[in-house]
Design a protein around this ligand. Structure first.
Ligand code: SF4
Length: 329
């Protein structure tokens, strides 16, 4: 299948991004044709005031992907704002998208409620599902990996495709594909203080952290608050280190942690050391891959991806513009 997926360039990637998105991408690339793009225009929909250096952040993001095992040769990797067809299609789709679809979107309403530190009452934020639609259908994506919260957006994308075909495309071979969803298992990995993992809370383990940085962070992480002494039995279900084990450790270690914690057979420091070792199994190969990459190589990969993306996008926009502007009345 052809798969399209993007990520916003808002800073260094952490373990939460790896578990929630990148691990899945690395799996998907094995059997699919994948288009992975840096969603720099999307970053502006919420961070337009943050003065982010999106050019630098975009390159770093791609470096993080490659370090995590995203393949440079078999996938199409590009930066959204470099392919102007995304904005052209976004504009045209905005002309036909009823406002009600966007205003009723539950994710939009939730985010207006939750994000209080920024003014996101903008046209860009309201219409970002339209931009997402353009990103996906421009490349004939057959499927899009999404989390549960993105389901309404994909539904809007399918509605927009149907509306476009109803209005303009009367031929047997439709211009766009209706994208299916691949509901990704998105285990939420909490930060080291038990809050959402985020750079603004300074509670994240980054993919680029050194072995020592990882250990120092894990050492200070909160555990079961009821387990004061090593002789107190603990409850792994309330401990975020146990969640990390479930995300990174082999089953036998997870079992050992569960038993050892409940029976006070292990101490938290020992448990954290096992956890650090499991995380190292993932991060060390990433460090090695990162060390083999330089800026020129990353730039080269982006340019190659952009060439392929541009060809596809330009072809699609020719068909779209023909359908809209050369319509027989
Ligand atoms: S033994 Fe492990 S799982 Fe149990 S409370 Fe300590 S760190 Fe958490």
């Amino acid at each position: 299948m052809r798969i399209v997926s993007g990520m916003r360039p808002t800073g260094r990637l952490h373990l939460g991004h790896y578990v929630g998105v990148l691990k899945n991408w690395v799996e998907l690339q094995k059997n699919n044709e994948c288009y992975f793009f840096v969603a720099d225009w999307h970053a502006l929909s919420t961070s337009y005031e943050d003065k982010l250096n999106l050019k630098r952040l975009s390159r770093e993001l791609v470096k993080d992907w490659l370090s995590a095992g995203v393949e440079a040769n078999s996938n199409v990797i590009f930066i959204q704002s470099h392919i102007k067809e995304h904005s052209e299609l976004y504009l045209l789709l905005n002309m036909i998208t009823p406002l009600g679809w966007l205003e009723r979107n539950p994710t939009y309403k939730d985010q207006l409620e939750q994000i209080k530190n920024k003014d996101i009452h903008t046209a860009g934020f309201l219409t970002y599902p339209v931009l997402q639609t353009a990103d996906i259908i421009l490349y004939d994506a057959e499927a899009v990996p999404i989390g549960e919260d993105q389901k309404p957006h994909l539904e809007i994308a399918r509605e927009i495709v149907r509306r476009f075909h109803h209005l303009y495309d009367k031929k047997e071979e439709p211009i766009f594909k209706e994208p299916k969803e691949i509901l990704s298992p998105t285990p939420r990995l909490l930060g080291l203080d038990g809050k959402k993992m985020s750079k603004s809370y300074n509670n994240a383990i980054y993919l680029s952290d050194t072995k020592d940085e990882v250990w120092q962070k894990l050492r200070g992480a909160v555990t079961d608050p009821q387990r004061v002494k090593k002789t107190d039995p603990g409850n792994p279900e309330v401990c975020l280190i146990y969640d990390y084990h479930k995300a990174f450790s082999p089953d036998e270690v997870v079992k050992k942690v569960e038993e050892g914690c409940r029976t006070a057979g292990i101490g938290c420091v020992e448990c954290k050391k096992w956890c650090a070792a499991s995380i190292e199994e993932v991060l060390e190969p990433m460090r090695q891959r990162r060390a083999s990459l330089d800026d020129e190589m990353v730039e080269d990969i982006i340019q190659k991806g952009e060439k392929r993306a541009k060809e596809e996008a330009a072809k699609k926009m020719e068909a779209v513009n023909r359908a809209i502007f050369e319509v027989e009345g």
